[in-house]
Design a protein around this ligand. Structure first.
Ligand SMILES: Cc1cc2nc3c(=O)[nH]c(=O)nc-3n(C[C@H](O)[C@H](O)[C@H](O)COP(=O)(O)O)c2cc1C
Length: 76
């Protein structure tokens, strides 16, 4: 997880909030990011089914994001 996110998650209390992670990457995907978010924000609901796409598949992102949001119930 990038340092800027460590700083943000250490500085703010997101208890009671829902965190919906989505990322681009070269190849690493989420790695340990979702677990780290859960550790840093124990009072928050961190959605484990985040959206991850690699930079060389960006053309799939619009359809992929829409399908993912439907899966989560955020889109009809
Ligand atoms: C300093 C730096 C470190 C990066 N480290 C990783 C990495 O460890 N794993 C990975 O999958 N991608 C890594 N990347 C690739 C970027 O995360 C990837 O290019 C980005 O998600 C695509 O979004 P962009 O168009 O904003 O660059 C790194 C990029 C930079 C600039």
């Amino acid at each position: 997880m990038p340092m800027i996110l460590y700083s943000f998650l250490e500085q703010y209390d997101l208890s009671g909030k829902t965190i919906v992670p989505f990322i681009t990457s070269g190849a690493s995907g989420f790695s340990g990011t979702i677990g780290t978010m859960q550790e840093l924000q124990p009072g928050a609901n961190v959605v484990e089914n985040g959206y991850s796409i690699t930079r060389n598949r960006m053309e799939e992102a619009p359809a992929g994001v829409a399908a993912w949001l439907k899966e989560l119930g955020y889109l009809n």
